[in-house]
Design a protein around this ligand. Structure first.
Ligand code: ZN
Length: 238
């Protein structure tokens, strides 16, 4: 997931902190060294991970209440992100988490049993204290995705630009029919890689066409997945 959400949609263009990339001298292996603010990138509870060996804990399906409140899409040079007005919520751990934004990674950041997917969406939620919960959904190659069909023509082609959406979008259309999921503790997958993020990755993928993945890649011009990080003893439950 991307880390600038707390700055709010209106300042997403400002670009704070040291420049970072997905390759080369400012790539993932260097993130922790780019600025002291990125110390957590060298931490022990980092994301993404390869999801395997889940311990069965009888997790109940996730409960969301999503509204059509996505109102703009931003190209920040690192990803393409839809920002949400308040009103879409996730119930978790007896608290209410508000959907702030969702954004995409191609190829996927998390893996499942060693498998990468062509695309992953991260739905980023925060509770009233700023604790983060991210719902990940994998896209496997197949039929055209109807939710992406509405969004893709509106993606801003230039970095550091944004478009107002023609009609408000709900994140509900990105979810698989069944809400069974894996859960683990992790981090932001971009600098400053802050830990303590509740990760919830849906077990069932949805589909995306080869053409839709290619269209995303042609706008971003580069892969935007951090490599998988060591679990370091963390337990994944389902
Ligand atoms: Zn992400």
């Amino acid at each position: 997931m991307t880390g600038f959400l707390m700055a709010g949609a209106g300042t997403a263009m400002a670009g704070d902190g040291a420049a970072w990339t997905y390759a080369g001298d400012t790539g993932p292996e260097q993130w922790a060294k780019l600025t002291p603010d990125n110390f957590a990138c060298a931490g022990k509870n980092q994301s993404p991970v390869d999801i395997k060996g889940a311990v069965h804990a009888g997790l109940k399906p996730l409960k969301m209440s999503y509204q059509a409140a996505g109102n703009e899409v931003v190209n920040n040079g690192h990803t393409l992100q839809v920002n949400f007005a308040p009103g879409s919520t996730l119930q978790l751990d007896g608290a209410q988490f508000e959907l702030k934004q969702y954004h995409f990674h191609a190829p996927s950041e998390n893996h499942v049993n060693g498998q990468s997917y062509p695309l992953e969406v991260h739905l980023v939620h925060a509770d009233k204290d700023g604790n983060l919960a991210v719902v990940g959904v994998m896209f496997k190659e197949g039929a055209e995705n109807k939710a992406l069909k509405a969004l893709w023509p509106q993606l801003p082609k230039e970095a550091n630009t944004k478009n107002a959406l023609a009609a408000p979008l709900s994140a509900a259309s990105l979810l698989p029919a069944k809400h069974a999921y894996f859960r683990f503790s992790g981090s932001l997958t971009t600098p400053p890689c802050s830990e303590g993020v509740r990760w919830l990755v849906m077990k069932d993928p949805v589909t995306v066409s080869k053409e839709q993945v290619a269209a995303f890649e042609s706008i971003l011009h580069h892969a935007n997945n951090r490599p998988v990080q060591a679990l370091n003893g963390r337990v994944i439950v389902d």
